[in-house]
Design a protein around this ligand. Structure first.
Ligand code: HPA
Length: 279
């Protein structure tokens, strides 16, 4: 079965279950996982209800799509993303992103928890993603190009949409939430980086490192979506901080930041409904 055929089969299975056409797709990273509890849910679909769909195996990551309006904007959310380190092919890792586009979403809002490799950043900061480095993971576009989705050699000169960046900066300022800006670098994980790898990431121009997001942005850009993203800096990169890293530390930091993260995401999407999506 081709990538496109698999996507179509997933699309039909979701379309038959819930008649909802989203404008924005939101991927909930660590710490935003319970965002669904704060919106008026209009429907959910568990990933395992969708034939052939990858199911997240990370503790603390549920695996389902949530459908809700945020402000006036119809939004599909991924509660529990699928990671490359879980053993899925890159094509499966980005299948949920492609499906959200296929359902109708024009904007992809990416969130994640990340480690800082910029010595000016602090744990607890938020970072607006301005650009990315995805070369440490295979491109999700490797293989026969699904021409129905996008071109063989897509341009990546502006993965993160300028208007959306401005909008998020403005909303953060209105809320009094300080927003750093920088480049996100994706490693495969699941191991955290060594101090030398953190130094390398810095030399290469990264500000934050994580185990997701960049591959999803490549697939979404290929399909012509407008993309924005915010990293929650849950910890300093290994060797910058003074203690070993753990999944637990990331989860605990993210929990503390969750109320601010929720506010920022809600304000951002509401504002998208009034500006970007009106155009
Ligand atoms: N490295 C990679 N991924 C992460 C980190 C980190 O330090 N923190 C949260 N996700």
């Amino acid at each position: 079965m081709t990538v496109f055929q698999k996507l179509e089969r997933c699309f039909q299975s979701v379309e038959n279950k819930i008649p909802f056409v989203p404008k924005v797709a939101l991927i909930l990273g660590s710490g935003l996982g319970d965002y669904g509890d704060y919106v008026k849910m209009e429907g959910t679909i568990d990933y395992h209800e969708i034939e052939g769909f990858p199911v997240s195996t990370v503790p603390g990551h549920k695996g389902r799509f949530l459908f809700a309006h945020i402000g006036k904007v119809p939004v599909v959310m991924m509660q529990g993303r699928v990671h490359y380190y879980e053993g899925y092919s890159m094509q499966d890792v980005v299948l949920p992103t492609r499906l959200m586009r296929r359902l109708g979403a024009e904007i992809l809002f990416l969130t994640n928890a990340a480690g800082s490799v910029n010595p000016d950043f602090c744990a607890g900061d938020f970072m607006l993603i301005k650009d990315q480095i995805s070369d440490f993971v295979p491109s999700p576009l490797i293989g026969k190009n699904p021409d129905e989705l996008g071109p063989r050699f897509p341009d990546m000169s502006e993965i993160y949409d300028r208007d959306l960046q401005e909008l998020l900066k403005k909303e953060a300022e209105n809320l009094g939430i300080s927003l750093r800006e920088g480049t996100y670098l994706q490693f495969t994980g699941p191991n955290f980086e060594s101090p030398a790898e953190v130094r390398m990431a810095r030399v290469l121009g990264a500000d934050a490192v994580g185990m997701s997001t960049a591959c999803e942005a490549v697939a979404a850009n290929h399909m012509g979506m407008k993309i924005c993203g915010i990293s929650f800096i849950s910890n300093l990169g290994c060797g910058i901080g003074d203690h070993p890293l753990s999944h637990q530390e990331v989860g605990e930091a993210a929990k503390i930041a969750a109320p601010r993260f929720r506010k920022l995401v809600t304000a951002g999407i509401t504002a998208m409904g009034e500006t970007v999506l009106q155009k």
